[in-house]
Design a protein around this ligand. Structure first.
Ligand code: SAH
Length: 342
């Protein structure tokens, strides 16, 4: 038995031909799955009952379901989403006055080892399928309509996992969301966040997907970044920069650097200088994100004064910088806190 949604339109056509059916049936099924979000074969009422029965012998649909939903005082909603194999990922809906953003997961757990991130500690690990990625988006779109009377407007791949290490499913999901699902979402409203894998950034640049790219930098000093993100020993900052410059040449889309300032770790003058120097090499902006404490970690958010020092000096050097406030921390829904407490 295969999940229908793992097949391309062409593969579906081949299947219908192989059972002596007309190839246009593939388009009908495809519309049910992707435009009408059907979750069972029986919903496909423009197919005959016997054809539906025949399909049921070969295919099924395994939708992701909300297992637990938590609402934060600030309106943020965190969903524990259960997949067909009982794996759980988390997806977050973040409402603001103007828009609703879905923060979604690309993997169950994460294979990287960022020392400050709760997701890195999860043992279980697998890639999500494109359908599982899309299901999270559809679920959050529904919640946005229900709780905020408006559709989902933005998507960030900033939940669990490293999207560029699940490259095929993530790019396929982006294509389907922007082309097929009827969400009418423009790729420019989708941001892919990566911890920095140069080869994959280059590959994505050639994909012509029109998504935005964010890079989790946290330090522009090599040894420091390595301590914070040990896997990055394989990906030096210079290689990342080369990939980012290539990205910009290909897409003309400016990169966002995500950056946490920690007390006593990267709140010094040399850290700011290194960051400014790095930023000068490619069109970019900096989001200073608030650190969210995780259990048992030694990290502490730097003082407001230290953060303001960053802002002042970046601005003096004409680097665009924003302080990004944390949402949903009271329900462990904030960046770096997604760890399946259920
Ligand atoms: N693997 C991708 C996608 C995850 S995005 C990436 O690293 O970009 C999640 C963002 O939250 C990243 O910028 C990450 O560095 C940041 N983050 C991780 N732990 C955090 C924490 N405890 N507090 C605040 N931000 C955190």
């Amino acid at each position: 038995m295969k999940d229908f949604r793992t097949l391309s339109l062409e593969q579906l056509e081949d299947f219908f031909v192989s059972i002596n059916e007309k190839p246009f049936r593939a388009r009908q099924v495809y519309d049910w799955i992707w435009s009408k979000n059907a979750h069972s074969i029986d919903e496909m009422t423009n197919l005959s009952k016997s054809l539906r029965e025949k399909l049921s012998e070969h295919f099924l649909i395994n939708p992701a379901k909300i297992h637990v939903m938590q609402r934060s005082q600030d309106g943020t909603i965190k969903n524990a989403v259960r997949l067909f194999d009982d794996s759980v990922v988390e997806s977050v809906m973040i409402p603001t006055a103007k828009r609703t953003t879905a923060c979604i997961s690309s993997q169950v757990g994460c294979s990287l080892d960022c020392t400050f991130c709760a997701t890195a500690r999860l043992a279980r690990m697998r890639n999500l399928t494109s359908a599982e990625i899309i299901d999270q988006i559809i679920l959050i779109d529904k919640q946005s309509r229900e709780f905020h009377q408006k559709p989902l407007s933005n998507i960030v791949f900033m939940g669990m996992g490293e999207p560029l290490l699940n490259y095929n499913a993530v790019t396929e999901a982006v294509r389907k969301i922007t082309e097929n699902t009827g969400l009418g979402m423009s790729a420019r409203r989708i941001t892919l966040s990566t911890s920095g894998i140069p080869k994959m950034i280059t590959m994505l640049a050639d994909e012509n997907l029109k998504v935005k790219l964010a890079l989790s930098l946290h330090s522009a000093i090599e040894e420091k970044r390595r301590r914070l993100m040990p896997f990055s020993v394989k990906f030096p900052l210079a290689d990342i920069m080369e990939a980012l410059q290539y990205w910009y040449r290909q897409t003309k889309s400016r990169i966002t650097f995500e950056y946490i300032v920690w007390q006593g770790i990267n709140d010094g003058e040399e850290d700011i200088k290194a960051l400014i120097k790095y930023c000068k090499k490619v069109p970019c902006k900096v989001n200073l994100i608030q650190y969210n404490a995780i259990d048992g970690g030694d990290f502490r958010q730097a003082s407001d004064k230290a953060v303001e020092n960053y802002v002042r000096q970046l601005e003096e050097h004409a680097v665009t910088v924003k302080i990004r406030k944390s949402r949903g921390a009271d329900i462990d829904a904030a960046c770096g806190q997604l760890a399946n407490k259920h």
